[in-house]
Ligand binder design. Structure first.
Ligand SMILES: [Zn+2]
Length: 913
């Protein structure tokens, strides 16, 4: 097939590439005109925003996209208004070559000179001032379809075919076409794609016309969209196969799953549940799904996002959407439903109503995170999603305990700020704070406020002010001051609680400050208005009450005459604060047996934080974990395992075997009863529990029975993959590899080279990453930089799971040390292999470290490089703070562990006495 790019008639200008961005290739024969002597460039606007002079009203884009070709070309027209007369108009553009540019004012065409900048902006300079009023800008350009990036327009191969995709959030629409690339610029878009005739093109809206364009090409024109910010524009081009789902919602919109060629049959689950989830959301919002259709598009791999809420064309990492039927598992099915609920919730929150600027991005992300659990709770009550909400709270509070943590509504002035705005503070803390205030004002009142907010701002932008006004109006009280304290101040509060019983009955004493773990350099002062809802029981009779904790100390009368059996001053753990009950009441609560699963997850999570933070002794933490070792609910059991997990670094000498014996004793009976092999007719919960529990007891408890089982299943999987249940493959391969040697490592590597199946590759990579043999870890670095892995796989092999997860190889000192050396040695290669925003993942190697030596090494490796990583400076600061806190914890905790695991006394029986 031949590719003909449009002939650019005038100056070709390479528009701003940030220093670490790959430049678009220059065309082989650029037709540079003899330029007049350059006039001085217009003064750059400050910060990263464009000047307000030009306000766009609608944009049309024509692109020629051939997925098998490295470049693309296009032209665009932007209708808008000039607020005042000017001879310079600013737009965003990055890694684009801009050719002819002009403005149409009335019937007159005024040629413009595009002026290069290095900061993702470009100026159109006109020979004379254009008058205030309507104007249409016209530009021709060409750019790169990236292969290592998963942003802008990028292309990937699947099954030997090339596909092109887009990812524009946060600020990468500007790499596809010049535009006003800011969330407040919400305008209708009209997209036309010129693509090879045998390919399918999808975008935000249905196809309007498809016409032959000659030379093996066709032109696919899509209908004009409702007003959208540029970051929500999206398309895909390739030999897709489509699975139709049923029409959904009040307007019966068509729903489809768009998969790579030949793989639509892997989308059965997605096709079944997508319409149901969409309808659940419609119900809650009381507003019909706002767009004309919904396509779910599977992307082979992504690094910097898992899914994206593009209007009408929601993209997902393939593993969430597609799975061979014989490899499907409960966990994956639930993951799709939850992520889908999140992305579809954005169609209202974020898409229909958009945050005005990136500092209010929590309005999108906190909402979608909160709504995801809300809609799943109604749709699949058996999934125990309330416990997951508390897991999110635990995760947020963990991040928020750091002094270098952001605030939810952090000012955004730089691209680093934009990147960092998408973190667990925005998502999980935001969601947890929403949940707390939902409980405070009442679920139905809160819902009315949300519906009002969406109706008033539909197709427009909004800010935190607008949202809080809507909730205040619905609830009849001003929620803003209490809410603001959580939005604009860093940190998670700690509520210390105790009960005073006497002749006058029972009084609950509450005190607040900022939760900071021992060793923190932060200031513990802090005053929030915290809604505290307390549940308690007196002689078997349960009661509850909510109060506003708005002073440093507050007393609440619980009972006139008697003393409660137990109190829980965080009912449902819906409150966003760490709860520290005094020891006697902690013991009563632990013994009560009256907590919901969600509350157990909260109690275990808070105890874990308070143990690591030096407030509760490790021994008490281990005992509480042991109480829950038999739990059959997977959230509770996983929380118990987290609390029972002592870092390997802390267990030198005899402590290692002593800890392993404890794990076997406490968790072993449950784990061995389940084993790694499924039994007939097990429910979902058992399938979810098995891999974490059996894996934990095998790896950390060194349980010989489970290890033997993992080894034999690994061999079975290598010769006959279907013989091993899909949900345990990761746990089994990881266990076998941690205790295995070179032969197994080689077997995994050879299998990896032969398999294209994404799931199998993930399992193999997790297995490879789990080795503890130094030379094999070095082999992993060589494999990661060999060019045989995609960027997501590279990060998995070198760092392990996600940023917050402690997974091999980063869970052991030897793993971290070898990977850090490897990353240092191969940095220049990694920069060429990873997306620019993906390099920050390697900083996790520092954040999971726990010694002065590791700190020095991390500073040597990352210190000079963090500045060149997008979002790097803040993430490196967070990583070092975590490292320092861990060093403090280690110093304190090792003697405690020595005490908890006393040396065995000389045995009398051994000497025959
Ligand atoms: Zn989101």
């Amino acid at each position: 097939m031949t590719v003909r790019l449009p002939v650019l008639v005038s100056l070709l200008v390479l528009v701003g590439c940030a220093a670490d961005r790959p430049a678009a290739p220059r065309p082989s024969t650029p037709q540079l005109t003899a330029a007049p002597p350059p006039a001085p460039a217009p003064a750059a606007p400050e910060g990263i925003r464009l000047p307000r002079t030009f306000r766009p009203a609608a944009q049309r884009v024509w692109l020629t996209v051939i997925p098998s070709a490295p470049g693309f070309s296009g032209r665009t027209e932007i209708d808008g208004t000039l607020d005042s007369a000017t001879d310079v108009v600013w737009l965003n553009a990055d890694a684009l070559e801009v050719g002819a540019a002009a403005a149409r004012v009335g019937t007159e065409e005024v040629r413009a000179e595009p002026v290069v900048r290095q900061d993702e902006r470009m100026a159109l300079r006109f020979p004379r001032a254009l008058p205030a009023g309507p104007v249409t800008l016209r530009l021709e350009f060409r750019g790169t379809q990236f292969t290592q990036e998963d942003s802008g327009i990028f292309r990937q191969q699947s099954g030997g075919d090339w596909y092109a995709f887009t990812q524009f959030e946060q600020t990468d629409a500007r790499r596809a076409f010049p535009c006003v690339d800011e969330p407040a610029a919400k305008i209708p878009w009209e997209l036309s794609l010129r693509v090879p005739v045998d390919l399918t093109a999808v975008s935000n809206t249905p196809v309007a016309t498809e016409t032959p364009a000659g030379e093996g090409m066709k032109e696919v024109r899509f209908r004009q969209s409702r007003p959208l910010p540029s970051y929500l524009v999206a398309f895909g081009v390739g030999p897709f196969e489509v699975k139709e789902a049923r029409a959904a919602g009040r307007k019966r919109v068509p729903v489809r799953i768009v998969a790579p060629r030949g793989r639509a049959h892997e989308a059965a689950w997605a096709a079944r549940v997508t319409p149901e989830i969409l309808e659940g959301l419609e119900d809650y919002f009381g507003i019909a799904y706002p767009y004309e259709k919904l396509d779910v598009l599977a992307i082979p791999f992504t690094v910097q996002f898992g899914a994206m809420e593009n209007v009408g064309l929601v993209t997902f990492r393939e593993t969430l959407v597609l799975t061979r039927p014989e490899q499907d598992r409960v966990e994956r099915r639930r993951a799709y439903a939850k992520v889908a609920a999140h992305e579809f919730a954005h169609q209202w929150f974020g898409d229909l109503v958009t945050a005005a600027w990136w500092d209010d991005i929590w309005l999108n992300e906190a909402f979608a995170t909160w709504m995801e659990t809300k809609v799943i709770e109604r749709w699949a009550p058996a999934w125990g999603i309330a416990a997951e909400r508390v897991e999110q709270r635990n995760e947020a509070a963990e991040a928020d305990a750091l002094v270098s943590a952001r605030v939810i509504r952090q000012p955004v002035h730089t691209y680093d700020d934009v990147k960092n705005a998408f973190d667990s503070i925005t998502y999980q803390k935001g969601a947890s704070v929403l949940r707390m205030f939902e409980q405070w004002v009442g679920a139905e009142t809160f819902r009315r406020g949300i519906q009002r907010y969406l109706q008033v701002h539909a197709d427009g932008n909004a800010t935190a002010r607008d949202f809080l006004a809507a909730i205040s109006e619905a609830s009849g009280r001003d929620v803003a001051p209490a809410f603001d304290a959580f939005l604009d101040h860093p940190g998670v509060p700690r509520v210390q609680a105790s009960v005073r019983c006497g002749a006058g009955g029972a009084t609950l004493e509450l005190a607040q400050d900022r939760w900071l773990p021992a060793g923190s350099t932060g200031d513990g002062a802090g005053l929030w208005q915290i809604p505290v809802c307390t549940r308690w029981s007196t002689r078997g009779k349960e009661q509850s009450r909510c109060v506003m904790l708005d002073a440093p100390r507050v007393e609440v009368k619980l009972e006139e005459r008697s003393c409660p059996d137990w109190v829980l001053p965080n009912a449902g753990y819906a409150g966003y604060y760490r709860l520290q009950l005094d020891p006697a009441w902690r013991a009563r609560l632990a013994r009560s047996g009256k907590l919901s699963d969600a509350e157990r997850v909260g109690l275990l999570g808070d105890t874990d934080a308070l143990v690591r933070g030096g407030v509760i002794p490790r021994s008490e933490g281990l005992q509480l974990a042991a109480r829950h070792a038999g739990s059959r609910e997977h959230h509770v059991l996983e929380a118990a395992i987290r609390l029972a997990t002592v870092r390997e670094d802390f267990l030198s000498g005899r402590l290692g075997p002593a800890y392993a014996a404890w794990v076997r004793k406490v968790f072993g009976p449950h784990a061995r009863a389940l084993g790694f092999r499924p039994k007939p007719a097990e429910d979902d919960e058992v399938q979810l529990v098995r891999p974490s529990l059996a894996g934990f007891v095998a790896r950390r408890g060194e349980d010989p029975v489970l290890i033997a089982e993992a080894r034999s299943l690994t061999e079975a999987w290598l010769s006959q993959p279907r013989s091993v249940a899909p949900e345990v493959r990761s746990a089994v391969l990881t266990t076998a590899s941690q205790l295995g040697g070179r032969d197994l490592h080689q077997a995994f590597t050879q299998r990896l080279d032969r398999t294209a199946d994404v799931d199998s590759r993930d399992w193999l990579l997790e297995g490879l990453a789990s080795t503890r043999v130094p030379e094999l870890l070095d082999d992993n670095v060589a494999l990661a930089t060999s060019g045989r892995l995609n960027p997501r796989e590279i990060s998995k092999l070198l760092v392990g799971g996600r940023w917050k997860e402690v997974a091999p190889p980063a869970d052991s000192a030897i793993g971290r040390s070898r990977m850090l050396t490897g990353v240092d040695r191969t940095w220049d290669t990694l920069v060429t292999l990873m997306p620019r925003g993906g390099l920050s993942r390697f900083l996790a190697l520092a954040g999971l470290s726990c010694s002065a030596d590791e700190r020095a090494e991390s500073e040597r490796v990352f210190g000079p490089r963090a500045k060149s990583i997008l979002g790097g400076p803040r993430r490196f600061a967070l990583a070092l703070e975590k490292l320092d806190l861990c060093v403090t914890q280690r110093t304190r905790e090792v003697p405690e562990l020595e005490k908890f695991f006393p040396p065995p006394r000389p045995s009398r029986s051994a000497t025959g006495g």
